[in-house]
Design a protein around this ligand. Structure first.
Ligand SMILES: [Zn+2]
Length: 321
């Protein structure tokens, strides 16, 4: 929060303020009190933290700037929060774009991709070695067209630190920027293992999965944001046409990921956050952080289901649209 952002907000919403006056402390601004004060003398002061206090009635004071927005614009607290978040975001992205003078996708074009190690193998046909990998995917209800998807190929490894793991490359413009992996053993302590940020062209947790596809589709209905690759694979296998899923590889959303979402969000009417059942708080946090997107909500899992990958195909077909 800064006084400049507060002034931007007031300017954008046509609310008059003064920067000097007998009731205005240095470094603060004054507005008319919106809390039934009936005194048009700019006697409600706002400081750079967004704290506000009325000189006539101390009960018209507070430290939650969004409460003041709600009163000024006569909107709900919830709407006030999203308006403020939007204001913050616009100022931040403006800064971001002036510093770099490039959109996220142009930055991606400048990034040098990495290569997969030679011993990673593409899953293409069932044989003695691939059989257990393919049966694992089938046991999770992943259909053939996803297993052998050329645009989003799945690899496997039978050597080194990546042994007995699926390798999911993370692609931008068809080039590899990093990868995440998942053990085929359900009890493996490190179920998911990412390539380290140092070895990546872009750290896994700065990426969203299937960005290339999501950028290409337009006029879509819902984008589901999930945590893991299996959640994403499962939803994409059974979602009704016009709905897509991505995953963020974790329960929190980094600024770099927000930038990527910003690139693709206009292709979707709605965004639904669908994290694991144990991540309700994290989902709520993401919802607030990206409330500048229109029509964003949380999609809760039915009782007894711990993540979207566990949802029955029928449920995804019939209830997620
Ligand atoms: Zn007042």
């Amino acid at each position: 929060m800064s006084l400049d952002k507060i002034k931007d907000f007031l300017d954008n919403n046509g609310i008059e303020y003064i920067e000097k006056g007998k009731n205005v402390m240095a470094g603060n601004i004054g507005i008319n009190c919106p809390f039934e004060c009936d005194d048009p003398s700019h006697h409600l002061g706002i400081n750079s933290k967004g704290w506000y206090s009325c000189w006539k009635d101390s009960s018209h004071s507070g430290k939650q700037f969004t409460n003041l927005i709600a009163a000024l614009l006569n909107v709900s607290k919830y709407e006030a929060e999203s308006l403020w978040a939007e204001n913050e975001y616009i100022s931040n992205t403006e800064e971001f774009y002036t510093i770099t003078d490039k959109s996220v996708s142009e930055n991606i074009l400048d990034t040098k991709p990495i290569e997969l190690p030679k011993d990673f193998r593409l899953i293409k046909k069932e044989n003695g070695i691939t059989q257990r990998f393919i049966s694992y995917l089938k046991s999770r209800d992943i259909p053939d067209y996803q297993i052998y998807d050329k645009e989003n190929p799945i690899f496997y490894s039978i050597k080194g630190i990546w042994i007995n793991r699926f390798i999911f490359p993370i692609l931008f413009n068809g080039l590899i920027f990093s990868w995440t992996s998942r053990s085929i053993y359900p009890d493996c302590e490190l179920k998911y293992l990412d390539l380290s940020p140092d070895e990546s062209a872009r750290p896994v947790k700065h990426c969203i999965w299937k960005y290339d596809n999501l950028k290409k589709y337009n006029n879509q209905n819902i984008l589901y944001i999930t945590e893991g690759v299996f959640d994403c694979l499962k939803l994409n296998s059974y979602l009704p046409k016009g709905n897509q899923a991505t995953c963020i590889f974790t329960k929190t959303l980094r600024d770099e990921q927000k930038g990527l979402l910003f690139d693709i969000a206009h292709n979707f009417k709605k965004i639904k956050i669908m994290l694991d059942a144990d991540a309700i708080m994290e989902a709520e946090r993401i919802r607030r952080e990206i409330s500048f997107f229109k029509n964003i909500s949380i999609e809760y899992l039915p009782d007894g289901i711990k993540d979207p990958a566990e949802l029955p195909a029928e449920y995804i077909r019939n209830f997620l649209h």
